[in-house]
Design a binder for this molecule. Structure first.
Ligand code: FEO
Length: 406
């Protein structure tokens, strides 16, 4: 049966959820599923905003058909041309051959790269700020390149102040009936997944997120509709705008320490635990510790986005940095992490390369991550005679934490 929700008079959510998908983009675990949102505006003209992933096509097409009733679809707006939102474009155009498909030159270029249907006669190319009236509703288009792909645009419905924001303001996690962020315990249930989504999917494009936030500063926004996750409205909007502003400026949400280690036989892990206890005794609260070989990197990256400090511990492997740690640090560099402090612990038995490898990557994070304290290079196991060095490292981390403004 159809499953739709009128989110504002004559504006309908017609999306759906996938709780079976194991990994988003075949990479990021989805313990709570994911939603694919699409919206249908019913007016003198009808307009569908984006489509959904092929996994939920059957329900999606039923939803659209139900809301349309006997009417035809006049416009399809493509805010984002990534397949998790585009799998139904061909079917929609086949069902409504007169439809005008709204996008920009890159939208249509990517459509041709992915699909084979010639719909060039349906193209309606729009520019920055261009408006299209549907009757009572008017759509205005804002280009938002690299939030998260080059063709991305946002569609702003002027009469109600509804912003259709492509992937921005989205989250992992399926929707459980409550569509609006103010209807759930967002901080308990969705915030970590929203941050994991942002940091891993959009994290690299902080300056482009800042650019679109500035561009929209003057617009009255009453509702924020993402392609994934919950809808934001009313006085909840400043909350998510503030999170996005922080995340996209690479500013930590919280003073705190994430300890990340690789450990083959438990000895680097032991050093990290010993350091964590020393930090706790100095008053550091709410620490997080992860084994990079156990926890998916997307969760670790998300907490690095949240906290101000990290401790990175790793053994040498094959006379290089242990490659799981190497891969995590290189991804952090790709994502452009900034404004963080890091302390380092290396471990080796017969060839010391871990600290060199960590320093090379961390110092290459352009102006991003400052190394604090003296890196501690242990030999196989942490011996009691090296405890003073561990204390010095704990002191340096603590001093750096208390220096930081709240
Ligand atoms: Fe949900 Fe960038 O696609």
């Amino acid at each position: 049966m159809h499953c739709v929700h009128e989110i504002s008079p004559n504006i309908y959510w017609v999306g759906g959820n996938d709780r079976r998908l194991e990994r988003f983009e075949n990479m990021f675990p989805l313990p709570n599923g994911v939603s694919y949102n699409s919206y249908l505006i019913m007016d003198e003209k009808t307009a569908l905003i984006d489509t959904v992933d092929e996994a939920i096509s059957a329900l999606y097409l039923e939803n659209v058909t139900h809301v349309l009733g006997s009417r035809k679809l006049d416009y399809l707006v493509i805010n984002h041309m990534e397949p998790d939102h585009c799998a139904n474009i061909e079917e929609i155009v086949r069902r409504f051959p007169e439809i005008q498909v709204i996008g920009n030159p890159k939208t249509f270029q990517y459509f041709r790269q992915y699909y084979s249907l010639d719909m060039s006669s349906n193209y309606l190319e729009v520019n920055e700020g261009q408006e299209i009236s549907l009757g009572e509703h008017t759509l205005r288009f804002y280009m938002a390149p690299m939030v998260h792909w080059p063709e991305v645009m946002f569609t702003y419905e002027i009469s109600k102040g509804v912003l259709f924001a492509a992937d921005a303001f989205g989250s992992f996690g399926a929707i459980s009936g409550n569509l609006f962020a103010d209807e759930v315990e967002f901080d308990n249930v969705f915030l970590d997944e929203a941050r994991r989504y942002y940091s891993n999917i959009v994290g690299r494009y902080g300056s482009q997120v800042q650019a679109i936030l500035k561009k929209l500063a003057g617009a009255e926004i009453n509702m924020l509709c993402s392609l994934h996750g919950l809808i934001w409205r009313g006085d909840k909007i400043p909350y998510i705008l503030d999170k996005y502003d922080k995340w996209s400026r690479y500013l930590p949400e919280k003073k705190g320490v994430v300890l990340i280690y690789a450990s083959m036989y438990g000895n680097t892990e032991n050093a990290m635990n010993a350091l964590a206890i020393k930090l706790s005794k100095r008053g550091v609260k709410d620490m997080r510790m992860y084994d990079v070989s156990k926890t998916h990197p997307s969760y670790i990256i998300s907490d690095i986005w949240k906290y101000s400090h990290m401790v990175i511990g790793s053994p040498t492997y094959n006379m290089h940095l242990y490659f799981v740690m190497d891969s995590l640090l290189r991804e952090l560099a790709v994502l452009g992490i900034k404004n963080r402090k890091a302390a380092l612990i290396g471990n080796h038995t017969w060839s010391s390369s871990a600290i060199k490898g960590m320093l090379e990557i961390v110092e290459g994070m352009k102006g991003g991550v400052e190394v604090i304290g003296t890196p501690l290079d242990i030999r196989s196991t942490l011996k009691p005679e090296r405890e003073p060095e561990l204390d010095e490292l704990a002191d340096a981390i603590y001093a750096s934490l208390i220096e930081l403004e709240d």
